[in-house]
Every structure is written in C-alpha cells, then in structure tokens.
Write a protein that binds this ligand. Sequence first.
Ligand code: DGL
Length: 267
Amino acid sequence: MKKPIGIFDSGIGGLTVLKEILNAMPGEDTIYLGDTARVPYGAKSAETVTRYSLENARFLLKFDIKLLVVACNTASAYCLPRLKQELPIPVIGVIEPGARKAVEVTKTKRVGVIGTEGTIRSGAYFDAIKAINPAIAVFIKPCPLFVPLAEEGWTNNQIARLTAQTYLHYIKKQWIDTLILGCTHYPLFKGVISDIMGEDVMLIDSGHETAAEVFKCLMDKNLLETVSSGQNTHRFFVTDSPERFKQVGSKFMTANLDAVELVNVGS
Ligand code: DGL
C-alpha cells in the first residue's frame, strides 16, 4: 500500500519545502499540516514550539505516513532530536541538510545564516556547521520581518529591498561566500538577497537540500515511489482559516490548494 510523506510547518511557509519535495519526487503522495492558528513559531519559546510540534507530528502519524518532514526551521532547530526519539518513523528536519550543503560549497570557510529569532537563538545551524567543520566561521542574523513581508507578497519591492539591506548590512561586512536561507519564507527573497550580497555569494535553500535528503532516505529504505501515475494525492490541513491558506499559499507554490481542511491538533 502506498504511504504518504507527512510534512508540517508553523503555517504557510512550509509550502516552499513541499514544492521542492514534489519536484524531486513527483511519484509521492503527501499530507501537509500548516499550524496556522498558532503561527508564528519564530518568536516563541523552545518549550512551546516543542509542544506544538509534537501535537502536529501525532496528528500526521494518524495517516500512516512513512516519513515526517519538519519543514519549519524553528521547529527543526528546537526539537528535531525529541521528534526523532518519539516517532516510530524516519524524521527529517531542514537544518542538517542546509548546514551540510553550506560546508560542502564554502571555499572561504565563512558562512552566513539568516532565520527567525528562535532559529538563530537556538544556535542549531551554528552547531550543525561547527560539528562538521569547526574551522568554518559562522555569522548569524535574525530577519523576522521577512515572514510577514512574504505573506503580504512584498518580496521584490522597495520595502523588501530596504528591509533586506538593513538586515544584511552586518552579514555583508563579513566577507562570507555562502549564505543559508534558514527560514521557510526566505527563498521568496532570493532575488533581492542575491542583489545585495552579490553574485559571488552562494545562497543555500534549506528546503531544496532537505528534499534531496528525503529522496536519499526513501531510496535507502526502499520506500521511494519511482513511478508517477499522475494521480497522486496531496492533502492539506490547517488549524485556522483554510481561505487565507489558499489565498496566501498561492504566493508560495503553484499547486492545487482547493481542498484545504480545517483541523484541531491541540489537546
Ligand atoms: N516556518 C517558520 C520557520 O521556518 C517561519 C514562520 C514562523 O515564524 O512560524 O522558521
């Protein structure tokens, strides 16, 4: 029996990760949960984000998923080990794949990381990079305003550019050659960020790297659907306002978001 991949995020942003998963594995069925009632996770405590994440994971487990993707950087940063420990299936977060790619591509051994306050405060990317190569210098900067800007669709206007310039001012002075986009929403600002950082700085999309990791994991476990029947099922659940998810979600991914169901995952 074909089992789906489960994916959760604090809200809409995880669609950037789902998009990468569908590109890399068009034969897979997916179930996406966006915790839109409790978004944002970026400024919340580790305890709260962990509690929400466990509830999200337990909800998805009911659908007999074969693998769980934690698309939210903040949730991955705070509680991936806990989720791995509690769940009977493989769990993949976005931090490790992004960090690994950055270590692989940096030549100057100077890497920047941008993310939500929580992701940056957790030190998860910093630790993941240092664990692979302690000689790499890591420069971090939270960029919280990118999240509401992306949801407003302001990813390539003057406000987006000014915001990016202000946030990236410090990082730009560090002569990095690699910058990790450590938040679900940041791939939407690739154009603006690249203009500011210059073409010599490679941007790492953690969602893209995560999709490659999911592919490898399913392949290794002989769980990959190699043939796309064109009849795949992609279900979407949210904890608040399916209408807003559909409307804003279309800025993140061109998928059929018609069937979005409202659920309650909290206890
Ligand atoms: N999904 C979150 C992340 O990648 C961003 C939005 C939020 O703060 O919840 O960290």
